[in-house]
Design a protein around this ligand. Structure first.
Ligand code: PAF
Length: 283
């Protein structure tokens, strides 16, 4: 495995690999890797000849500066996990390398970027699109792998790829969970032991809501989820919306969508956790 921190050198290696007809797969990350990321890397390794992983904590996607400062950084550990997972190239640029000048691009992706995270984290998806579009132009992967925990991010990136006519297939990968159901996230390490005990409530309530939904309306299901979580001390739902998985249009009646998905953000103390559930598919 080669660790490279500059664009020119990475492009050089990848152009040689491409010249040898190697299929290049890509997993963009912000580091602090956990088994969820590693499952993307395994899929990438299995489906391509060359697996490239980037590690870059992208400042332009953090609307909350404190979140950027406290974002966990564990490079040495990340590198050893990637080596064991069979990654070929790790790209570890610094901010100067990725943004020699401020990126002034403003993207308009319409509704998919405006609702939910778009509303509560203004500018977040613009920053994600800035960095992911740059990374795609550097790596030029055939396939790129993203975790479905960031459900809306996948919809935004698919829209970006269409808009910029980038030739990469976006591969969504299932959420990985702890035994108690908590979705794996780099932010979980910031939970206190008490908060860590409470956090699985999110997944538990989402799962229960799929049974509840069989007999109830969409609005009743939303209320059930919010009330069940907000009851718990230190837990506060920021939003819970049930939307169509493709368009992210709100689902008002179950018959509005073939694949209604519930997307939730919960503050557990200061830690912002997200999760989602498909109502027509098994958990
Ligand atoms: O999902 C993430 O970790 C980030 O948003 C991404 C895609 C690596 C862009 O910085």
């Amino acid at each position: 495995m080669k660790t490279i921190d500059n664009i020119k050198e990475l492009k050089q290696h990848l152009s040689e690999e491409r010249g040898a007809n190697k299929r290049i797969g890509f997993v963009p990350t912000m580091g602090a890797l956990h088994d969820g990321h590693i499952s993307l890397v395994h899929k990438c390794v299995n489906e391509n000849d060359i697996c490239v992983v980037s590690i870059f904590v992208n400042p332009t996607q953090f609307n909350d500066k404190n979140d950027l400062i406290t974002y966990p950084r564990t490079l040495e550990h990340d590198l050893s996990l990637l080596e064991s997972a069979g990654c070929d190239y790790v790209f570890t640029p610094d901010e100067k390398e990725m943004y020699p000048e401020p990126d002034k691009r403003f993207f308009d992706f319409g509704r998919v970027a405006e609702v939910m995270e778009g509303k509560y984290r203004p500018g977040h998806f613009n920053g994600v699109a800035q960095i992911v579009s740059k990374l795609f132009s550097i790596v030029e992967p055939g396939k790129a792998y993203f975790g479905e925990k960031d459900f809306q991010q996948i919809a935004v990136i698919k829209t970006m790829v269409k808009q910029l006519d980038q030739k990469v297939e976006i591969v969504p990968c299932p959420i990985l969970r702890e035994k108690d159901g908590l979705a794996l996230s780099s932010r979980n390490v910031r939970l206190s032991p008490e908060q860590r005990q409470k956090a699985p409530l999110i997944a538990r309530v989402l799962e229960e809501s799929t049974n509840f939904a069989n007999e109830r309306s969409v609005q009743e299901t939303i209320d059930f989820v919010c009330n069940s979580i907000n009851k718990e001390d230190e837990m506060r739902v920021e939003y819970y919306e049930i939307v169509d998985s493709e368009t992210l249009e709100p689902v008002n009646k179950w018959s509005d969508s073939n694949d209604p998905v519930g997307c939730i953000t919960v503050y557990c103390g200061e830690v912002r956790l997200i999760d989602n559930i498909h109502y027509n598919k098994a958990f």
